[in-house]
Design a protein around this ligand. Structure first.
Ligand SMILES: Cc1cc2nc3c(=O)[nH]c(=O)nc-3n(C[C@H](O)[C@H](O)[C@H](O)COP(=O)(O)OP(=O)(O)OC[C@H]3O[C@@H](n4cnc5c(N)ncnc54)[C@H](O)[C@@H]3O)c2cc1C
Length: 390
């Protein structure tokens, strides 16, 4: 199959159709259920079936393996549109596609043929298992060990905070195949693990926000996985395989931030035009206008940063700095716009009956996932310094 021309007329027409379809789906099927499912922290099974039909589980998987083969730009626009209304559903396919991209970029041809078509349909669904109780930012400090046993490996350890950990049926798991390696990353390997004996859910974790999508502690106890599931077929590549997906991962989080920043702005504007105090809509009070102006500017700046990073990614250009800047700025914008939105809504913002309350609980996650914003700033600065020395 020919490589897709992301700027071609046919691709642009397809993108327009996809985005229109997403917009209709969000209004018809996502918005009406968000309150109920968020409040009960219930998994939206019907929504998942609709996501399968929409092709979202294969959005960025190559058409050669049954996916839609969308550009990062289109994908980011899809994610933003959904997050304007409800962020949680995007996690069901975002983490899954990070797992898929580990295979697409680093897997052997046999692994691509074996897994990617089943990922694309959503038959196999999952995410990425990096974090452990004692290691999140410092991934080289993980304790999960994979010990070779004939043609297989035996995994022992615990992963935590894993998105799709309960409802998913597989996971890309970061392990240490050589715990004595120095530096540690040289002894790290990634395995694609399908749930079976020895790979169990410890517990589903309770959360402030980002509800409905499950986050879990996962326990691996003498879990036997075939050597064929070692991603890339060679030990010691796991850390690089994970790090290699960070640019797309950060664009993805940034796109969520754009959606939330835009969504908070839209709902605040609508409320401000409707709510009256002292005989006029609060939108006519200058204090509220200042907030609306700041919110819309932050949202638009975030959008432009994400578009810039995604465009570079699609052209195959280096975009670590741009993706990092987009992730940092857009996630902070989502948090600030949710907070400013609460001010606009006044007392009603404290009620879950108003969507801004959910935004306020969901947004902070964006500052933690795919590299905390503390680390993100350090990485941005290091890249600036390195590029200036080139
Ligand atoms: C809802 C949710 C879903 C998640 N989904 C997944 C998932 O699907 N898969 C997965 O593997 N993980 C997942 N995570 C885990 C997430 O990636 C980690 O929480 C994140 O990487 C931070 O790690 P930590 O929580 O251990 O914090 P720590 O690493 O302990 O950091 C604590 C604080 O110290 C700061 N810090 C740490 N090191 C430095 C340093 N060198 N310099 C400056 N500051 C530093 C951090 O920025 C942070 O502010 C999820 C987390 C949540 C809350």
């Amino acid at each position: 199959m020919n490589k897709l021309d992301f700027n071609g007329v046919e691709y642009k027409e397809m993108e327009t159709q996809i985005l229109d379809t997403i917009d209709r789906w969000v209004e018809k099927d996502v918005r009406p259920i968000a309150y109920h499912f968020d409040q009960l922290d219930e998994y939206p099974i019907e929504l998942v079936e609709q996501m399968k039909e929409l092709g979202l589980f294969g959005a960025t998987i190559s058409q050669d393996y049954g996916g839609l083969g969308l550009s990062a730009t289109t994908y980011a626009r899809i994610v933003s549109r959904i997050c304007e209304v409800w962020m949680a559903p995007t996690g069901i396919f975002n983490s899954h596609l990070i797992m898929a991209s580990c295979i697409q970029r680093g897997g052997t041809e046999a692994q691509k043929e074996r897994f990617l078509p089943r990922f694309a349909t959503g038959e196999l669904r999952g995410g990425i298992g990096l974090t452990e109780p004692d290691a999140g930012t410092d991934l080289q400090g993980i304790r999960m060990v994979a010990k070779k046993d004939g043609d297989a490996y035996i995994l022992n350890g615990t992963k935590t905070w894993i998105s799709n950990g309960v409802k998913g049926n597989c996971l890309a798991v970061l392990t240490k195949t050589d715990p004595t390696a120095s530096p540690a990353y040289k002894g790290m390997s990634l395995f694609l693990c399908e749930k079976s004996e020895g790979f169990t859910v410890g517990k589903k974790l309770k959360k402030l926000g980002y509800r409905s999508i499950d986050s879990a502690e996962l326990i691996f106890q003498d879990f036997r996985v075939s050597g064929d599931n070692l991603i890339g077929g060679e030990e010691g590549r796991g850390f690089a395989q994970v790090a290699g997906g960070l640019e797309l991962g950060r664009i993805n989080i940034a796109a969520r931030g754009v959606g939330m920043a835009v969504g908070a702005t839209k709902m605040s504007l609508a409320y401000a035009k409707d709510r009256k105090t002292f005989g006029k809509p609060i939108a006519q009070h200058q204090a509220i206008q200042l907030k609306l102006a700041e919110m819309s500017t932050r949202a638009e700046a975030s959008r432009l940063l994400v578009e810039q990073a995604a465009l570079k990614f699609d052209k195959g250009e280096r975009c670590d700095l741009e993706a990092g800047q987009a992730k940092f700025f857009a996630s902070e914008a989502a948090v600030q716009n949710s907070l400013d939105g609460m001010r606009v809504f006044g007392g009603y913002s404290y009620s879950p009956e108003y969507e801004i309350e959910r935004f306020y609980r969901d947004a902070p996650l964006l500052c933690i996932g795919e590299g905390t914003n503390e680390i993100q700033r350090i990485i941005i600065a290091k890249q600036m310094i390195a590029r200036s020395e080139c």
